[in-house]
Structure formats: C-alpha cells, structure tokens
Design a protein around this ligand. Structure first.
Ligand code: FE2
Length: 370
C-alpha cells in the first residue's frame, strides 16, 4: 500500500509487567522453550527494574519487574496481575509513526526519544492502546546492540537458526495479538486501528458466530497495510451466563491483551514439547475428532495424533489451519496462548469457536465464574 502512513516491519517485542520477572523468565524458558538473550537490572546499573529478554526464532518477549513498590511497573502488575504492558512494533521512523498517529487522534504516551550508545542509535516513541497497554514504535535500523540501550547480552548455548536466533520448540512468529475491551467499546478500537493506525478490517464475527448455550462474544480483526500485523478485538456480548471476555475484564481490572498467537511450522512437535514441559492446554470432547474429517476434509497430519494432543483444525476457502489454546498462564483467568500452524488459511478457526468456548466455559465453571 503506497499511502501507508504507518509502515510496520514486524512485531518487535511484547513486554510483560510481572510480579517476579526472574521466576517468570524461568517459566518461559523451561515451559515454552525460550532462551534469554539480554538482561537489564541492578548488575547492569539499572536501579529501578529488572528485565529479561527472551527469544525464540522471531518472537521476543520482555519480562519486567519493578524494584520498588511505587514504580509504575509495580502498580500495574499489582492492579492487573502479570500482564502485557507493551506491544512494540518495529518501524522505519519512530518519530514519524508517533506524529502520524497522534495527528489522527492517538494519545501520546512516550514522546519521540533517542539514545546513542556504543552499539549505535536507538529511537522509540509510544501511544496508548486499550486499557493500560502501550503501543510502542521501535526504530532500530541504526542500532546493533543486544536489545535496546541499557541491556547487556546474555550468552546462550543452545541451537540457533540461520539468523542467530534460538530455535527452542520451533515457535516462529507472533501471528496475532488479541485484545479484550469492555462491552460497547469494540467499535471505538476498530476505529482507532482503522483511522489512527491505517489498518483495515479483515474479519467480523458477531455474537451469532460466537456463542454457546450460555455466553457470547463479538470480535473484529484489524490488519495493517502489509498484512503482517493482526489485532483481533473482542467485546463481551449478552448471554445467559457471564461471557469469558467479561471474566477476563473482571480479573484483569480492565481491558488488555487476552492472548498471543504464536505460529509454528510443526504444531505436533511444538505442542508435544510444550506439554512435556508442563504447559496446560484446553481439551475438547473426543466427539470433535470423530466428526473432524467430514468437516475439514483431508489434512497432512494424522487425526489420532491431533486428538491425542488436543490440536484443533479448521478449513476455509484458502486452506486449513491447526490451533490449540493454553489455559491461562497466571493465577487470574487472564492471559493465555494460542499455538497455530497455517496451511493457506488466513482465518482464526471460526469452525472451532463453539467447541473451544464450551471448553473455556467448563474451566469458568470450575472457577465459579460462569
Ligand atoms: Fe487467536
């Protein structure tokens, strides 16, 4: 798109604010196969916070904890529980991204800034996304450091891909980033992405598409100009019982990122390794697999292997996809993960929504929140 006023190269990183970044880093390393590549904390001269940078192929997570009770990181982790605080995208020009989006109505959070160190020139800026989440613009074209200024590289002995990134369990990219917003707020955020960020609407799921006997939600998917970045946005809908989106909002104390979908080229291997490392996934009833081939036709993967792992399948006119959803990865029923392998389909698994949401509701019921 030649008139793309907000060119985005990639998702640069996702930063979590957590209660104990050291222990969260251990979890993401052992359970999800990430490797630590950089660190900032007391030992590197950072008196305010500890931050661990974890990587796996093109996915970069940053886990941060404050070292004092009044630091904003401490306050937000206290309010929301462990939470996605920053969605950072790499752009060619951070100041331009800030200028173009604030001109179109975005609320500025970090005015354009730059830091020069021995690794080069780093520039960044940020605007406000839903809730307390920030959308950060990172410009690293002239920066060659391990992460951003203030971080030191951490040695990693495991296997690396051709780009020098840790290979871990074979999780490759952030496929999409899903936000939950309050009842009635979805279209405001759709407008934000459309008008402020220049994104297009890719999909719309109404409460007719996404409902069970008990509860419902609505969802719209926003995509940037080059199709690399997708932000589905959910809002709760009225149902007989509490929507899973409302449960999130109640425990997160406001809107925020609900799940990150991480793509892989081999979901059977990735999910086997994740399961063996202790990641817990949602299960659907075995009847799902008896009807599978009739619903989606021929696929490359053996259905009994998918059934054993609990991997779901959906097909649309462009191809098929394989996906599975973790249980929430913290005590509050908030953030969870999706693992996805795409074979042509650019969809989100609408054919799985009902089975999946019934599975989520069984968990909600166990928590006393349905
Ligand atoms: Fe998803």
């Amino acid at each position: 798109m030649s008139d793309d006023f907000l060119p985005i190269n990639r998702v640069d990183h996702i930063e979590f604010y957590v209660g104990n970044a050291r222990q969260a880093a251990h979890f993401y390393k052992t359970a999800f196969g990430f490797a630590q590549t950089a660190y900032s904390g007391l030992e590197t001269g950072n008196r305010e916070r500890a931050s661990y940078v974890l990587e796996q192929h093109n996915i970069r997570l940053v886990l941060s904890s404050a070292l004092s009770p009044d630091h904003p990181i401490a306050r937000l982790a206290h309010l929301h529980g462990d939470t996605v605080a920053v969605v950072a995208v790499e752009v060619p020009d951070a100041a331009a991204a800030y200028r173009e989006t604030t001109k179109r109505g975005a609320t500025g959070a970090i005015a354009p800034m730059e830091i020069e160190d021995e690794h080069g020139l780093y520039r960044a800026a940020a605007i406000r996304l839903y809730g307390d989440t920030l959308m950060k613009f990172v410009e690293r074209g002239k920066y060659r450091g391990p992460f951003v200024p203030g971080y030191t590289a951490v040695d990693y002995a495991g296997s690396r891909n051709a780009q020098g990134k840790p290979t871990g369990f074979g999780l490759m990219h952030v496929d999409h980033i899903v936000g939950n917003v309050e009842l009635g707020a979805m279209n405001r955020w759709v407008d934000f992405f459309a008008q402020t960020m220049g994104f297009e609407q890719l999909r719309h799921f109404s409460d007719n598409d996404i409902h069970t006997e008990y509860s419902a939600l609505m969802s719209k998917v926003m995509m940037n100009g080059n199709g690399k970045i997708k932000f589905p946005i959910n809002e709760p809908a009225e149902g007989r019982r509490k929507s899973q989106i409302q449960e999130y909002l109640d425990y997160h104390y406001g809107p925020g990122v609900q799940h990150l979908a991480l793509s892989t080229g081999n979901i059977v291997e990735a999910v086997t390794r994740l399961r063996n490392s202790g990641v817990e996934f949602l299960r659907v009833p075995s009847a799902y697999y008896q009807e599978l081939e009739a619903r989606v036709g021929k696929i490359n993967e053996p259905v009994d292997t998918l059934a054993e792992l609990g991997v779901l399948v959906d097909r649309d006119e462009e191809g098929y996809l394989l996906q599975i959803f973790s249980k929430p990865v913290e005590d509050r029923p908030t953030v969870f993960y999706e693992i996805i392998e795409r074979h042509g389909s650019r969809g989100f698994g609408v054919g799985n929504f009902k089975a999946l949401f019934e599975s989520i509701e069984r968990e909600q019921e166990l928590r006393g929140n349905l």
